[in-house]
Design a protein around this ligand. Structure first.
Ligand SMILES: Cc1cc2nc3c(=O)[nH]c(=O)nc-3n(C[C@H](O)[C@H](O)[C@H](O)COP(=O)(O)O)c2cc1C
Length: 459
């Protein structure tokens, strides 16, 4: 192995519900995710992650649940496929109190939340976590959610991203532009809390949103939360190159992943940002044991709990596509959707039969590494070197068991190789990702221009 030049970013992929991405594995004897309603389940997990020097806990979310032709099949409830599921944001203050360094990435949707309310919640969390908050920006492709929110039908794919861009523009106004850095004096002797000359009204009159008035949160450590993004369709990538600071890539093997990393870097440069302005991470699951054969048997045991019908409706929930209705010999390259495209385009070189087999086995998982701690560390090291990936979205089979395996058996080996840190640096989450002093969006990020614009306008 060559010289290691960088430490990897490690995030934990979670959902405030029963199943993550392997539908049915909730019933495995070692699985404790059914305890998602207990705060102690989450505080214990957050502390375990911090013990293992994870960078962040990522909480995926959607208001949706599976629906096929307007009906929710019984198996959705029997196997807890995306339902039930609690609000992830409400966990964060408790987890922040139980930890000192771990950051939290919370998912909210630009299609369904009001920008003002969303910005206020993230600003509040940035204060309460002292700069340990990130926002996973999603556009939501679910017709079910349209019904739940009283909207007429699903918004077409590319328009969802146009809405998302305007949503971020108004959010940057709120986060970055409403209050100057030195607007809060909090001086008891002069009895002045904030300087009115340094607080600015937002005036956003766009195609989709209108916001007029003052943002009511004072400046927080990071202002704009660290921006995460996942959709890798063409419009998703364009959106990421302009806004995202960390992206979940979907590479299935080293070659496709390497190409995606290169693409992301050149997209950032084309958007006027630096080539390393966006961190790229990819899904990683590990199954580790003292011997390789034991680890393989352990993986087979986890997979034996996957329920194929539940996996199929989970796929349909993300993409709008019923795999059972397609000709197994058809090329997936000819399959199109107005739902989420990433899980469709991922299979463009496969037949429907191959795609179905892969999804039923892996769900959304990307890299699954199986073996002894040294074998797994070798694979991680090789993948990082070959592809230039910045880190991983660790996707457990069982919780907290899969985390304990990583933290106790693999992290020490990664630390020995210099791939993982042995202590946390001080500072906000953005500084941990981009270096000391980088608590705020950099000047080359489009959000930064919203700082001066409002101050100039009201001068
Ligand atoms: C690791 C990962 C996490 C994701 N988390 C969420 C989520 O929490 N909520 C959601 O609605 N979509 C989530 N998605 C889906 C994407 O945000 C996106 O909506 C989907 O890939 C469709 O976008 P596209 O059409 O650009 O591909 C996730 C995707 C990945 C790869």
């Amino acid at each position: 192995m060559g010289t290691i030049v960088k430490q990897i970013i490690m995030g934990a992929f979670e959902i405030n519900g029963v199943n993550l991405t392997s539908q049915g594995v909730w019933a495995h004897p070692e699985q404790q995710s059914y305890r998602y309603k207990d705060l102690s389940y989450w505080t214990d997990l957050a502390q375990l992650l911090e013990k293992g020097f994870f960078d962040f806990l990522f909480l995926a979310d959607s208001y949706g649940y599976p629906s096929m032709n307007g009906e929710t099949p019984d198996v959705a409830f029997e196997q807890a496929v995306e339902i039930p599921k609690n609000d992830p944001m409400l966990l964060v203050p408790a987890l922040a109190a139980a930890t000192s360094h771990l950051a939290f990435a919370v998912t909210t949707s630009t299609t369904f939340e009001a920008p003002f309310a969303n910005a206020r919640r993230f600003a509040t969390l940035d204060h309460l976590t002292q700069g340990r908050i990130a926002w996973n920006v999603v556009t939501t492709s679910s017709a079910v959610v349209s019904d739940l929110f009283g909207r007429d039908g699903m918004i077409p794919h590319d328009e969802r991203y146009a809405i998302a861009q305007e949503y971020l523009d108004v959010s940057y106004d709120l986060f970055e532009g409403g209050w100057d850095d030195d607007s809060v004096v909090a001086d008891k002797s002069s009895r002045v809390y904030a300087d009115p000359a340094k607080v600015h009204k937002i005036h956003h009159h766009g195609r989709y949103f209108r916001v007029d008035g003052y943002f009511n949160c004072e400046p927080s450590p990071q202002r704009t939360p660290v921006l995460f993004q996942a959709g890798s369709s063409a419009s998703g990538q364009r959106f990421a190159s302009q806004n995202a600071e960390l992206v979940f890539l979907q590479g299935k093997d080293a070659n496709t992943l390497k190409a995606q990393v290169a693409n992301l870097r050149s997209g950032a440069v084309a958007a006027g940002r630096s080539s390393d302005a966006i961190k790229a991470i990819v899904g990683l699951s590990i199954v580790v044991a003292e011997t390789h054969d034991e680890a393989v048997a352990k993986l087979d045991d986890f997979l034996s709990y996957v329920n194929p019908d539940a996996a199929r409706i989970y796929y349909s929930s993300m993409t709008g596509i019923d795999l059972a209705k397609l000709d197994p010999e058809r090329s997936f390259a000819t399959v199109t959707t107005e739902g989420g495209r990433t899980q469709v385009e991922r299979y463009k070189e496969n037949t429907v039969r191959e795609a179905t087999a892969d999804f039923l086995r892996n769900g959304m998982r990307e890299f699954i590494m199986v073996g002894t701690p040294v074998e797994i560390a070798d694979q991680i090291e090789a993948l990082v070197e070959e592809t230039g990936i910045d880190g991983f979205n660790y996707t457990p089979f069982v919780s907290p068991g899969s985390y304990r395996d990583l933290v106790e058996l693999v992290v020490p080996e990664l630390q020995r190789r210099g791939l993982m840190r042995t202590s946390y640096p001080a500072g906000t989450f953005r500084e941990r990702l981009f270096g000391e002093g980088a608590a705020r969006l950099p000047a080359t990020h489009p959000g930064a221009s919203h700082r001066t614009a409002l101050a100039d306008a009201s001068a």
